[in-house]
Design a protein around this ligand. Structure first.
Ligand code: BDR
Ligand code: CA
Length: 318
């Protein structure tokens, strides 16, 4: 199995991602680290521990990370994810406590201890990842790639052009893109397309198995990937983890990407260069420092919905 670590801000759809990662036989979830984003980091830690307990995977270490972005103040998403950041489902408090070390230390420890290069999957603002890359750059030698949910080619949600995770901490996203590690950007363009039909959501909700039932309840919440009146359930962040388990369902192109860090209406936008040849700016000597990123441009949504359902329903706790 592929060794993976998820860095998240659980989060309705982060919870869906954790349930999948804990159960897919091709993934070896080594640790989960938490960061401020959808809600306060302490609530993220509680939500994450609860989800792993419900998933039957209570042994996975959970690390508490940054409680605010590098420069910006924290700006939660309670209007989408509920007061508790996870849909206000009334879930039990976790029995377990987080690891005795902070998220950056846990990330470093697990990456360096791994017998094979680790795939990092951040589904949250990139604060922890930026702190890790700046504090312990030696970890990059044992990172296979970083598949992050964030950014977009052609749209936005937090603003007209910026996606929430990048908008929440744009400087951290810029650190990730310039760190020299292979990066895959699973942005809003594909994120919003992976939707579970209502009959499947109903079946999950009625499951006798706690993890599958929780997935059904989360998918019934009108989360970040669905409109208010859409009866389907968005997999959201979980789609990024599906693409690690089954890369063939995602079409990526290697393109230059830069985060807009300027104050103003485009702050936090991921500027993706899709031009087939240099333009007037380059011809006049205006060279940008852009890094190549594998940008997700198309997705086989049905394939990932099927993969998600068979994994979460059939497997039960590993
Ligand atoms: C992202 O922001 C959060 O609300 C979701 O969990 C997802 O990671 C979507 O922009
Ligand atoms: Ca998230």
């Amino acid at each position: 199995p592929v060794p993976v670590i998820i860095d998240c801000d659980t989060g309705v759809d982060d919870a869906l991602a954790l349930l999948f990662a804990a159960r897919h036989p091709g993934l070896d979830l080594r640790a989960v680290t938490c960061v401020a984003g959808n809600t306060h980091v302490d609530q993220v830690v509680r939500n994450t521990l609860t989800v792993l307990e419900q998933a039957g995977a209570p042994e996975i270490p959970v690390g508490r990370g940054a409680e605010r972005p590098l420069i910006e103040p924290p700006r939660d998403a309670h209007h989408v994810h509920g007061r508790d950041g996870m849909g206000d489902l009334g879930l039990p408090a976790p029995v377990r406590r987080p690891a005795g070390v902070d998220a950056v230390t846990l990330l470093r420890r697990e990456i360096l201890a791994s017998d094979r290069p680790v795939t990092l999957v951040p589904t949250a603002p990139l604060t922890n990842i930026a702190l890790l890359l700046r504090t312990h750059p030696e970890v990059t030698a044992n990172i296979e790639r970083i598949v992050f949910m964030g950014g977009a080619v052609a749209t936005g949600n937090a603003t007209a052009v910026a996606e929430f995770n990048v908008w929440h901490d744009p400087e951290a996203a810029a650190v990730l893109l310039t760190a020299g590690v292979p990066v895959t950007m699973y942005g809003l363009d594909v994120f919003e397309r992976v939707l579970v039909p209502p009959p499947d959501v109903r079946r999950l909700r009625e499951s006798a198995e706690p993890g599958a039932r929780l997935a059904g309840r989360l998918l019934s919440h009108r989360g970040p990937a669905t409109g208010e009146h859409d009866p389907r359930g968005g997999l959201g962040d979980a789609g990024a983890v599906c693409s690690v388990a089954d890369p063939a369902g995602l079409t990526t192109h290697r393109l230059p990407v830069e985060v807009n860090l300027a104050p103003g209406p485009a702050r936090g936008q991921t500027v993706v260069d899709r031009r087939p040849r240099p333009g007037e700016a380059e011809l006049h000597g205006e060279m940008r420092e852009q890094r190549l990123v594998d940008v997700a441009l198309d997705i086989d949504a049905d394939r990932y919905v099927r993969l998600y359902l068979t994994t979460v329903e059939a497997a039960g706790p590993r």
